[in-house]
Design a protein around this ligand. Structure first.
Ligand SMILES: [Mg+2]
Length: 217
């Protein structure tokens, strides 16, 4: 039987919109134009998060209220989390985002069992401190890919879900890719096969062993 491992991006993938980008605009620290420029110039995810979130003055309560006012989790995510846990299928979030907005969303949707690999942040009275784990010198893109490789090397068939340029390396390495938005565009440009990602229901069928016609673009 096929042993699957699941790796998903968070912003714009688990959630329908990019929560990190939303918060930067909400707190007046960036603009849609600046965000677009950061994507185009392949800005370093770590630096970007530190620069944008560092100066935010807020409270945990207000911050989480802002997050939860916007965060909508895609269909099938919770069912996939539950199924993966029951069946010992590794399922992890590989994100360049911050745990302080990922965790409240997972809590609201009762999906706290999923493993989170992201930056950890802390809301202080006059700033937000952002701490990235030791990626052993890897860029965010490379780190995401390294998670795919980790499972592939152990014999798993890896399904990856993503929406952004930072997900490209991982998408190229995965066995099955679900992609939307900017990632979808780049995969088409590079002629990399993928399935259009709308939600997690097709992936749930795959790991259950159901026959899913994979429409590679
Ligand atoms: Mg994303």
């Amino acid at each position: 039987m096929t042993q699957y491992a699941l790796i998903t991006d968070f912003d714009g993938t688990i959630t329908t919109i990019d929560i990190g980008n939303y918060l930067c605009i909400f707190y007046g620290l960036s603009t849609p134009e600046k965000i677009e420029y950061a994507y185009k110039t392949k800005a370093d995810a770590r630096q970007w998060m530190e620069q944008n979130f560092g100066p935010v003055k807020t409270t945990v309560k207000d911050f989480e209220a802002a997050v939860l006012s916007q965060a909508v989790v895609r269909a099938g995510f919770r069912d996939l989390c539950i199924y993966a846990q029951k069946n010992n299928i590794p399922f992890e979030i590989a994100s360049g985002g911050l745990d302080i907005y990922i965790k409240p969303v997972l809590k609201k949707y009762d999906c706290e069992q999923i493993k989170i690999l992201s930056a950890s942040a802390e809301i202080k009275p006059d700033c937000i401190t952002v701490k990235f784990p030791d990626y052993k010198g890897l860029r965010m893109e490379e780190f995401k890919k390294s998670r795919v490789m980790y499972y592939k090397e152990r014999g798993y068939k890896v399904i990856f879900f993503g929406d952004g340029p930072g997900d490209f390396d991982a998408a190229c390495a995965a066995d099955i890719v679900f992609a939307t938005s900017r990632l979808e565009k780049i995969l088409i440009e590079n002629k990399i096969p993928f399935c259009h990602f709308q939600d997690y229901t097709a992936a749930l069928k795959i790991v259950r062993g159901e026959n899913v016609p994979l429409s590679f673009a």
